[in-house]
Design a protein. Sequence first.
Length: 374
Amino acid sequence: MNGTQSMSSCFNPTATRIGETFAYCLLFVVSLAGNILIGIIVYKEKALRTPINILIVNMAISDLLLSIIRFPALFVRLNTASHWLPSGPLGLALCRLRYFAIDVSIVVSVQSLVLIAVNRFVAVVFPLRPSQISSKQYRLFILVIWIVTMAVSCPNLTTWKFVENPEGLVCQREWNDKFRESSSFNIYALVVIIVFMYVPLVLIAILYFSIAVRIKSQKIPGEPSVNARKQRLKRERSVLKMSVAIVFVFAVCWLPFGIGSLLFRFSSDSAMMSSCALQYSVHIAYFLARSYCAVNPCICFIFSSNYHVKRIGKTFFCGLLLVFSVSGSFFIAIIVYKTRSMRKLINFFVVNMAISDLLFFLFYNKQHKRSAPG
């Protein structure tokens, strides 16, 4: 950006670096643990190998791939002034794979959400019609999704390269070297965002609206009793709640990022682009987008109706609570200690509260274990 205000004038560099490193470390751990757990649970439990759960596992795989490629590179960038490490062929491969993986993960997730919505639509609107699509066919659809997505994202494997600057190597897109006209990238980005994000989300919204209307008015001929209908509606609503929650979380996490990408591509207002208000918005949009791969498995645990999954989910969330409490309190103290400008009276009170919260959690947890039966 060429505005008068730099990033450093909007944010405290030390506090921002420490805070973001802490937050993304937590997201990385949650994403790895949560998505791996989802895959293991569905693999171990044959009863859970339904089409919807297969699609959820597909999303978990794409989120896991994104986390493994994205977060380590992000930690390096945050702590080396945007330098790219390592150099050489391996570094160039990681440079290109990072952005390739981001695009692939987004598109795979959206297309999986479309298939989930179609599955629910058919099950609710046509309940007496036998399923025309088997689990094996869903696996074929998933394979097609990955192939199409990787084909669409192929430009990322050729347009990203290393650029030397006074501070070191930077991973940067050089679209003109491959496709000559810079305007062609704007067209490519616009088409991909509209076709693979906005259009599918509109379709998903229409399908779920139709499902909601149908559930309210539906009465299936031949149902043996009122109780049978209530049980069926309960199952449908349970699955529907989880599906809608996953779509809602995706929209909240990725739509601000998509809108921001279009704004940066097509806006010519340099004063607005360099304003602190926009910089804050960009940081929030990036954080939301990066948090999706960690939030998605949490949604699956929260809305699952399977007792075994709920039990594992409770253990998972208790572990997260411990990690958040210990590391959060620790990093608050580190940030205030390392940043002189933050050594104010109110921040010392905040640190004092963080220490007391940490001690309370540790001693309460130990006492709770001692008093637990068995």
